[in-house]
Design a protein around this ligand. Structure first.
Ligand SMILES: NC(=O)c1ccc[n+]([C@@H]2O[C@H](COP(=O)([O-])OP(=O)(O)OC[C@H]3O[C@@H](n4cnc5c(N)ncnc54)[C@H](OP(=O)(O)O)[C@@H]3O)[C@@H](O)[C@H]2O)c1
Length: 241
């Protein structure tokens, strides 16, 4: 019997790395729901992919909103019954915004990168539990790696983004926690770093393309059943926590 087409949900999917992950998954034959805060921007991002014949569909998703997240969960439950892949990609970085006091930067950043990621993960776990090969991929950053930050010769050793780094360190911790909590349901949970990528988040100064950034996310989203859980990696291999 043919296996049913896999279903993925990617948050922050209307641009940048999220959009490249959507395209990569869809080209692998996955049906992809594109979580977008603004549906019109989601439709615009989606249309060239549809023209390519890919199975992609924008859905309204703001991970800071309980209602928005629960609406997506209900949509998936009603239309598809289960979810195979969740990519927690949505994220913000406010360290270089001089208009915001540090405490507000921290509150806003944690609300999206950490609390939002938990909110979406919690809502999707019951749907992932219905999948034969459930996977969660958390988009993190090597800037949060304590191991690398403690290495003076590391190329970003002098980069200090206190609120962003704290938020992604929390994402890394959550990756290990969920990997442990969800192991008995076969849900593999891994974190990845896309590398310094040319997107709106970096004012397009990054040296990597979103397509290069997406490679490791795709690998972890499409992991075989004997693949790892509770790891942190980039496309070169494992990263230290
Ligand atoms: N670019 C890099 O060098 C780099 C390096 C390491 C890690 N990362 C991580 O990679 C991920 C994607 O970043 P990117 O570079 O592609 O950035 P980006 O172009 O700024 O895209 C961020 C995406 O997140 C969405 N988003 C923001 N707040 C949201 C919310 N409350 N609910 C739902 N979606 C929300 C944005 O939606 P709107 O368009 O509506 O704002 C956008 O689609 C982030 O987690 C980032 O921290 C990036």
């Amino acid at each position: 019997m043919e296996e049913k087409q896999s279903l993925a949900l990617v948050s922050g999917a209307n641009r940048g790395i999220g959009l490249a992950i959507v395209a990569g998954l869809a080209r692998e034959g996955v049906r992809v729901l594109m979580g977008c805060r603004d549906l019109a921007r989601g439709e615009a991002a989606c249309s060239p992919l549809r023209e390519e014949g890919l199975s992609v569909c924008p859905v309204p998703l703001d991970i800071t909103s309980e209602t928005s997240v629960s609406n997506v969960a209900q949509l998936i439950a009603g239309e598809y019954g289960s979810l195979d892949i969740l990519v927690n990609n949505a994220g913000i970085a406010l360290d270089y915004d001089p208009s915001l006091p540090v405490v507000e930067r921290m509150q806003r950043t944690l609300a999206v990168n950490v609390v939002g990621t938990v909110r979406l993960t919690e809502a999707m776990v019951p749907l992932l539990a219905g999948s034969a090969h459930p996977r969660i991929v958390n988009v993190s950053s090597e800037l949060a790696s304590f191991g690398l930050r403690g290495t003076p010769t590391w190329e970003y050793a002098t980069t200090v983004m206190p609120t962003y780094q704290a938020s992604k360190a929390a994402v890394n911790s959550l990756t290990l926690s969920y990997a442990g909590l969800l192991a008995d349901r076969g849900i593999k949970v891994n974190a990845m770093c896309p590398g310094f990528t040319a997107t709106e988040a970096t004012n397009f100064t990054g040296s990597r393309s979103p397509e290069q950034a997406a490679v490791i996310a795709l690998r972890l989203a499409l992991l075989e059943d004997d693949g790892p859980t509770g790891t942190f990696a980039n496309d070169q291999g494992r990263l230290p926590w």
